[in-house]
Design a protein. Structure first.
Length: 244
């Protein structure tokens, strides 16, 4: 039980099978596992985030399962994101129906070339395709495209939002700082932001344990939760392993 609410913890570990696990992954997995196991009999779920079919491999999945078993971790459920695409498509359709997303035909190279972001910093999308007229979008509908969130419209609907981090405390959400993020990639039909938000809610995850490198992403996830009427979990962002 946690927070005196009588609710058992449901945590998860969600690796992408694009390579072998490293020590940082092991730290996240152990912390998520232990949070669910003590003091209450909670649930620890394993989710393989394999939507990037070009980089994900079955042998990496097998290696991840072997490594987690070697660490002595036992999970109470296993799902693959590649089998859950219908859930992501339904959520995207809901946002499309509300006019909160728009098709984006830009390439990464084009976005980088048009951005004034400092070296080493991910560029904020300049909104190129947001300015396309309905006629222009229809004319280009046959071209490969992803879908971006109209951040200005989304924030106007939700109003101020906040979330709680176990270490940092009360956080005022600032999703607008990241611009019009991608919710569906050209090659995958969804994105990390959309898929993880949908999965955490669908699986009843109460506590998300992950590295502080994903702290900024939580601002986006909190916004999507509000737009889709999903409950926000508690967040536990731990420090990264940078040396011995």
């Amino acid at each position: 039980m946690i927070g005196g609410q009588g609710v058992a913890v449901v945590s998860r570990f969600a690796p992408s099978p694009t390579g072998r696990l490293h020590l940082g992954h092991a730290l996240s997995a152990i912390r998520a596992h232990d949070l669910a196991r003590a003091p209450s009999a909670g649930r620890f779920l394993l989710r393989i985030e394999d939507i990037d079919e070009g980089r994900c491999r079955p042998d990496h999945v097998a290696a991840i399962l072997d490594d987690l078993t070697w660490l002595g971790l036992e999970w109470d459920g296993l799902v693959f994101q590649s089998k859950r695409r219908a859930l992501y498509a339904e959520a995207l359709a809901r946002l499309q129906a509300r006019g909160l997303v728009y098709p984006c035909f830009c390439t990464r190279a084009g976005i980088a070339a048009s951005s004034a972001a400092p070296h080493g910093t991910a560029p904020v999308y300049p909104g190129t395709c947001r300015a396309l007229s309905p006629a222009e979008r229809t004319a280009r509908a046959h071209e490969p495209h992803g879908w971006r969130l109209d951040m200005t419209a989304a924030v106007a609907i939700t109003g101020p939002l906040a979330w709680h981090d176990a270490t940092a405390g009360h956080i005022t959400a600032d999703p607008a700082a990241q611009g019009d993020v991608v919710l569906a990639r050209k090659d995958a039909g969804t994105s990390y932001h959309l898929a993880v938000t949908i999965d955490d809610a669908a699986q009843g995850v109460t506590d998300v344990v992950r590295g502080v490198d994903l702290f900024a992403a939580t601002h986006i996830h909190r916004l999507l939760q509000a737009l889709l009427g999903l409950p926000p979990p508690r967040y536990h962002h731990h420090r990264l392993l940078t040396d011995a």
